[in-house]
Design a protein around this ligand. Structure first.
Ligand code: F6R
Length: 612
């Protein structure tokens, strides 16, 4: 969703950083962008609806230069996708602001400021921030830091803001409450951003702000900073290890394609923690063993693809660790009456670590008395791990494509590792079983590579799929969530309507949809439910449906013109859901190519969903 950048250089132009940073934030999803730069005459601003490139071209045409500036990519929430609603917002030619998040009391604040004589040009909540800071700036003798501090007391909601003033050419003030914000330090230059990917081409030295922090910056770094209690504070400076290559396409056509192909490595990097360190509680945090011994059940909260990894994990956690596991969509959980159990471990799963629904669900659980929480997350230092008792990071590397791929399969690796770890601690996994699980985990990157090698057959399927208006995905047991994930991927990037069902449910309703124009994808590996799945497939065939079956080497299926088979080269076993995910990912990707949709930036979607 929205992204923020800003920077101060001692002498040179900041515009190249602002536009480069905004381009690196494009993956998060946005519909307009803008920059504001301090010039001797005024705060000069360029905003455009559409791609950052349009905005950059306009800035170049205007000859925009200056050593202090802020920029923003906007994903519309309050007010439509228009240039007046795009950030930065300027009050009285004096104060310019960019903002991520939502000011919940913006209507009452707007009324208050209108009574004070301020006129509004946009429909956004952000404009109240600009006017409010301007008002305080005038009342506090042009002290920008104090003005932001005073104004922030009026804002209810979540925000990360960066503010500059026309009569202060060398300084910027930033503030954070509930939305990520970092300060990055170069030589004679200081940057700010909502996401580390915006600054990494310029410097790796980074400090993450905490909720309630307000900081005054110049080209030397942070001049002063206070925390939410108003006390002076310093935040640690860390060196980011994110590789620049992970943020660029390399030889691939799309980030989604690159990220699908990165899975063998991402999986082996993530599995390393268990393969080197064993299935040991310490992998999840200092006091994980004590916590794991005290819990009697697990509740997993997540959204979208991360929710499907939770659904998959339920099977492992209940069969390997024999621990009762509930899985809930985060946005549902937080709005119902829950029966809290302090011995229940709350797990949140999130690629970004900043999904608002998941974050709020965790806070809700904590407020209900849940004392143990574990975050499984791909982004270091993001909000969810910071708010959790325990954490284990997936090592997928940056995921840029909006459709989640390698984050999902690496989440599954961590969740499998958790199930075996708990199984050992609870006495359900003996030495022989553990060795078998280790062997399977070691084999996994190879199995995933073999699944990737099946791509040419999937391309052939995609050409049949792309013209269809809708599709059904079926699976049973632990492969049902993979059917759900397959349907979600197809919807997201091809806009083909797709639904997933447990295959046994077909006859209870969805079978009515099946005719010769309805492709039915089935995940049918050689497991205990294979015969049941075959019976469900007969139900489809009998109604003229066309079957596209992902299966294993040794299943007895016969292909014909209405039954298409793709087989993995061997029977996989307990990690089969991870391997079979690759097929449905590639199917969606190639359908999207055949349809010509925007694979990495599907319409209406954002990578990081930081609003409700
Ligand atoms: C689908 C997808 C989304 C995310 C969901 C949660 O491909 O990417 O469904 O999984 O928005 O995001 P995170 O995992 O960042 O919490």
């Amino acid at each position: 969703m929205c992204g923020i950048v800003g920077g101060i250089r001692r002498h040179s132009n900041i515009v190249d950083f602002l536009t480069d940073g905004l381009k690196r934030l494009e993956y998060r999803g946005y519909d307009s962008s803008g920059i504001a730069v301090h010039t001797p005459d005024k705060i000069a601003r360029v905003r455009r609806v559409g791609r950052v490139q349009n905005m950059q071209d306009a800035a170049t045409a205007k000859g925009l230069t200056g050593s202090l500036g802020i920029g923003h990519t906007r994903w519309a929430t309050h007010g439509g996708v228009t240039e007046p609603n795009a950030h930065p917002h300027i009050s009285g030619g004096l104060i310019a602001v960019v903002h991520n998040g939502i000011i919940e009391n913006f209507e009452s604040e707007k009324a208050r400021l209108q009574n004070l004589g301020y006129e509004f040009e946009s429909q956004t909540d952000t404009e109240v921030i600009a006017h409010s800071i301007k008002h305080e700036y005038m009342n506090n003798g042009g002290d920008l830091f104090l003005a932001v501090k005073q104004a922030a007391q009026n804002f209810h909601g979540a925000y990360a803001i960066a503010v500059i003033a026309h009569d202060n050419p060398n300084e910027m003030v930033v503030a954070r409450m509930g939305c990520p914000l970092l300060v990055a330090f170069g030589d004679d230059e200081t940057f700010i951003a909502s996401d580390v990917s915006a600054v990494i081409a310029f410097t790796r030295k980074i400090s993450y702000l905490e909720d309630g922090d307000i900081a005054l910056l110049n080209a030397d770094g942070i001049i002063k900073m206070i925390d939410k209690t108003g006390q002076a504070v310093n935040r640690a400076v860390k060196t980011s290890s994110i590789s620049l290559a992970s943020l660029e396409l390399g030889g691939y056509n799309h980030f989604m394609q690159k990220e699908i192909y990165e899975q063998p490595k991402a999986i082996s990097d993530t599995a390393e923690v268990f393969l080197d360190g064993g299935f040991d509680a310490i992998n999840f945090g200092e006091n994980a063993e004590t916590i794991f011994k005290d819990i009697d059940s697990i509740k997993i909260l997540a959204c979208g693809t991360s929710y499907y990894s939770a659904l998959t994990a339920k099977y492992w956690l209940e069969s390997i660790a024999k621990i009762r596991t509930d899985v809930e969509i985060a946005s549902e959980y937080r709005y119902r009456d829950v029966i809290a159990n302090p011995k229940e471990l709350i797990i949140t799963i999130s690629q970004s670590g900043e999904t608002l629904d998941t974050m709020e669900a965790l806070k809700f659980a904590q407020n209900q008395g849940h004392k143990y929480s574990l975050s499984i997350c791909n982004v270091m230092e993001s909000a969810l791990p910071r708010a959790s008792t325990l954490v284990l990071y997936t090592r997928a590397g940056a995921e840029i494509g909006v459709a989640s791929t390698k984050a999902f399969t690496t989440q599954l690796v961590v969740l499998f590792g958790l199930a075996v770890t708990l199984g050992k601690l609870r006495g359900f996994v003996d030495e022989a079983m553990e060795q078998d699980f280790i062997a399977q985990l070691r084999h996994l990157p190879n199995d995933v590579q073999h699944a990737l090698n099946l791509e040419p057959q999937i391309v052939a399927w995609a050409s049949k799929f792309a013209a269809k208006p809708s599709a059904l995905f079926l699976g049973r047991g632990i492969h049902y969530p993979i059917a759900l994930e397959g349907a979600l991927k197809l919807k997201e990037i091809t806009y083909i309507h797709a639904e997933a069902y447990p295959a046994g449910e077909l006859k209870h309703g969805p079978l009515a949809l099946v005719d010769d124009n309805m492709p039915v994808v089935v995940i049918a590996p050689n497991d205990a439910l294979l015969d049941k799945v075959k019976a469900n497939m007969q139900e489809v065939s009998a109604r003229g449906g066309e079957l596209f079956v992902f299966t294993d080497l040794d299943t007895e299926f016969s292909a014909d013109d209405k039954v298409h088979l793709i087989r993995t080269p061997r029977h996989i076993g307990v990690l089969s859901p991870i391997v079979h995910t690759v097929g449905v990912q590639l199917l969606s990707y190639h359908c999207a190519l055949a349809k010509g949709t925007d694979v990495d930036k599907p319409r209406n979607l954002a990578k990081s969903v930081t609003v409700e």
